[in-house]
Design a binder for this molecule. Structure first.
Ligand SMILES: Nc1nc2c(ncn2[C@@H]2O[C@H](COP(=O)(O)OP(=O)(O)OP(=O)(O)O)[C@@H](O)[C@H]2O)c(=O)[nH]1
Ligand SMILES: [Mg+2]
Length: 307
């Protein structure tokens, strides 16, 4: 995935708000000459919670820090940041975060998430990156709930020069993906990206619709969907965790696309997602432009956070 390039400077710029709040807060707590005592640990825990790392994780980090201090593995406040970096990095086991591709035929990527999370924009970013790698991309406009959703995806398909399969607004999304799968196979597409609704009359309806879309895709293309990416809006902080749980139950989510990291000081949510759900963050969105997407890499992320 050559085009899903990791550019440290862009990531670093995207994390500016989180770094100012979280890392800035940590550095303020660790001001020169302080001892690592209960008081400091308490302040540190508060700062971590405020940075959306999650209460449980903040407690774990500070507990481990206290232990390290008792065992004299750390002595002074200056040692705390290197400790935090390696501790946080250690939360992610080595894992394959790449898109799972079909052995042959189209790779189907279902994209889900609540309304406004950033699904359509993230689809455009992925389409752009795949196209840049020479892959043939098709889009399926399965968010038929809102007329504007189909229009928005159509605008992206025109701009990107990729095919779109759509029906009239209000039609059955199952029928859209049915046709989209046929079209993707017939046109020898490498990638089929499926946009889905973020809101229906009720959450139950939404989950049922997603399940139905998933089943149609599975019947049409063996092994599909190869990925179910859940788009989460990083600016919603801890609420993103609840969304992840709900979607995970309804459709087997295979990875998270964490959008809008650039627009929030709540970037610590990446750590909370890791600790509180078992879902890998595969991509992060760090801006509104097509190129503002990066594959998530924990080490690079932590380095950029504490830069
Ligand atoms: N700053 C920033 N804005 C983003 C990012 N991703 C998406 N957005 C913006 O978030 C808003 C919502 O994005 P959409 O892609 O329309 O979200 P959606 O989930 O498709 O929304 P619905 O179709 O209404 O359910 C748009 O204004 C996007 O430009 C990101 O990574 N950074
Ligand atoms: Mg949309």
């Amino acid at each position: 995935m050559a085009l899903f390039r990791k550019t440290f400077s862009k990531l670093s710029a995207g994390l500016a708000k989180t770094r100012a709040k979280l890392t800035g807060g940590i550095k303020a707590v660790l001001s020169i000459g302080r001892n690592v005592d209960d008081h400091l640990l308490e302040e540190l825990e508060e700062t971590l919670v405020a940075g959306d790392i999650g209460v449980t994780t903040a407690m774990q980090i500070c507990g481990d820090l206290r232990q390290a201090y008792r065992e004299k593995r750390i002595a002074k406040a200056e040692d705390v940041i290197p400790f935090l970096k390696s501790e946080i990095k250690s939360y992610w086991p080595a894992a394959d975060r790449r898109i799972r591709m079909a052995q042959s035929g189209p790779t189907v990527i279902l994209v889900a998430g609540v309304n406004g999370a950033g699904k359509t924009t993230s689809i455009a970013k992925l389409a752009y990156a795949f196209k840049g790698e020479g892959k043939k991309v098709c889009l399926a406009a399965a968010d038929t709930f809102r007329a504007a959703a189909v229009e928005q995806l159509t605008i992206w398909s025109d701009r990107l020069g990729v095919d779109i399969i759509k029906h009239a607004a209000g039609s059955d999304p199952g029928a859209v993906v049915f046709d989209a799968c046929d079209a993707a196979v017939a046109r020898k597409a490498d990638i089929l990206l499926v946009d889905t609704a973020g809101r229906l009359h009720t959450q139950d309806n939404l989950m049922r619709e997603l399940t139905k879309i998933r089943n149609v895709v599975a019947k049409k293309i063996p092994g599909a969907p190869h990925e179910v990416l859940l788009v989460l809006d990083a600016t919603t902080g801890q609420n993103a965790i609840n969304q992840a749980r709900v979607f995970q139950q309804a459709v087997d989510v295979t990875g998270i696309f964490l959008a809008k990291l650039d627009g929030t000081a709540k970037g610590g949510i990446v750590v909370a997602i890791r600790k509180e759900t078992n879902l890998p963050v595969k991509f992060i969105g760090i801006g509104e432009k097509l190129a503002d997407v990066e594959p998530f890499d924990p080490d690079t992320f932590v380095e950029a956070l504490f830069e």
